[in-house]
Ligand binder design. Structure first.
Ligand code: ZN
Length: 452
């Protein structure tokens, strides 16, 4: 029994705050109406309407949760090929008013500024991609235009970024991403897609670093002086993994603090480089081999090595790597790949690497860069927490880059590598030129070149 109140004391109601007396009953009534409505629908009258009704409540809630996460964590994509489209379609000419207007809002492809804003993006690694030589008869040391075209890709990417200073800022260190994000801009980083693009040269890796590039994919779809490509194995070739010179390339990348990207390399090259690298590595755009056995994807045992390496796999949206029926690929396939990878690695080693603008078909539900929030919402619906989707969206990538920078700082007294690929041919020299050292006299390869 409740104790009896003295006559002169206020009734309990008078002691309750206003919100309990008036707001709470109204809220209770509203909840009762909602519960009654969903019960009514649940009664079998209209299941479809019920699903839509409940999904709307759910997605409105998850939409707000995603917006909250992305207001604190920059969403960073590991691989976008817009610079490639600028080259093959516009020959790198971007200053035309019509072009700039389209890049702001209205391209037919996957990436423009208004779509990026709708996608709540906070950072993008722009891929400065130049393809492997068209013919397999072109050897590793044969002259190509790959380095020239890569320099031009870097140039057009920087000019694109500089054309929209209110939107983009170039970042060459991890801390820059959060700084730029706080100012409401999208951090822009540069990644190079293959060792052939740096002429298989440690010196050129350093020069590309100085130009602002911050990752290099070890190989694209051709073997090079550093290692074996996945495409070689897919075509029936041997998987010889990383080369001896590939080890020197790993050491130089670690020394510079440049991220090693293992998308596109063979599985043995992945294993070899994961065993060698003292810095965390990245897969800028790869998915799970267990979910879909395409050689571009990463098998579970290598995902375990990735955890030991503290690296990141940025899950790609390329339909051919998601499912055996690419034309039917959807956002749900990407969710499944992410959840499988997470079941092996936990949430500290995943990210997003769409390959937008580098693919001819897209998964349903992930048509362009505006769709990242939909993907994060689906992950919440599948039981992920806000902290977990924040890691996937950007926290992991920033952590990986910071750790690579820290390895570089520890190596600051190490001299730049001077190694060259064993198959490198050197310029023939003019007969009459003087020698630097006594012991080299007579040892230069004599040729017919003129004096400098
Ligand atoms: Zn690629």
């Amino acid at each position: 029994m409740p104790p009896r109140l003295p006559r002169d004391s206020p009734t309990p109601e008078h002691r309750l705050p206003i919100w309990v007396r008036y707001v709470l009953p109204v809220l209770t009534l509203l909840l009762a109406v909602v519960a009654g409505y969903s019960y009514h629908l649940n009664d079998g009258h209209s299941l479809a309407t019920k699903d839509i009704f409940l999904n709307n409540i759910l997605s409105a809630d998850n939409g707000a949760r995603v917006r909250r996460v992305l207001s604190r964590t920059p969403l960073i994509d590991g691989h976008n090929d817009l610079p490639y489209l600028l080259r093959i379609e516009l020959q790198n000419k971007i200053y035309d008013r019509k072009v700039l207007a389209a890049l702001r809002a209205g391209v037919l492809s996957h990436t423009d500024i208004s779509l990026m804003r709708k996608g709540q993006m906070g950072g993008q690694f722009w891929s400065v991609y130049v393809g492997c030589p068209a013919s397999e008869s072109v050897g590793i040391d044969d002259a190509t235009w790959a380095v020239r075209d890569t320099l031009e890709q870097i140039d057009v990417t920087k000019r694109f970024v500089a054309s929209f200073p209110e939107t983009f800022q170039l970042c060459t260190e991890a801390a820059c991403i959060r700084r730029v994000f706080r100012h409401g801009k999208i951090a822009s980083m540069i990644g190079i897609e293959g060792g052939h693009q740096v002429g298989n040269s440690l010196a050129n890796i350093r020069q590309m670093y100085d130009l602002g590039a911050r990752y290099i994919t070890t190989t694209h779809n051709c073997d090079n002086a550093f290692g074996t490509a996945a495409s070689t194995v897919a075509a029936g070739g041997d998987d010889i993994g990383a080369t001896e010179f590939g080890k020197e390339h790993v050491h130089e990348m670690n020394r510079l603090g440049m991220l090693i990207d293992l998308s596109h390399v063979s599985h043995q090259t992945m294993r070899d480089i994961l065993a060698m690298s003292t810095a965390p590595i990245m897969f800028s755009h790869s998915s799970s081999f267990a979910k879909h056995p395409h050689l571009r994807n990463v098998p579970d045992d290598i995902l375990q090595l990735l955890v030991q390496n503290r690296g990141i796999i940025m899950v790609t949206f390329v339909p051919f790597f998601l499912t055996s029926t690419p034309s039917e690929a959807s956002i749900h396939d990407v969710v499944e790949h992410i959840l499988h990878i997470v079941s092996i690695t936990g949430w500290d080693h995943v990210g997003l690497g769409s390959d937008f603008d580098g693919i001819d078909i897209v998964p349903q539900g992930l048509e362009n860069v505006s769709k990242y929030p939909a993907l994060l919402e689906l992950l919440l619906e599948n039981g992920a927490s806000e902290e977990q989707i924040a890691k996937l969206a950007g926290e992991n990538l920033i952590r990986v880059w910071e750790e690579a920078e820290s390895v570089s700082r520890k190596m600051r007294n190490v001299l730049p590598g001077e190694g060259t690929w064993e198959g490198r041919t050197w310029e023939r020299t003019d007969v009459g030129m003087p020698f630097l050292l006594e012991e080299n006299k007579g040892k230069r390869i004599q040729g017919i070149g003129g004096a400098p």
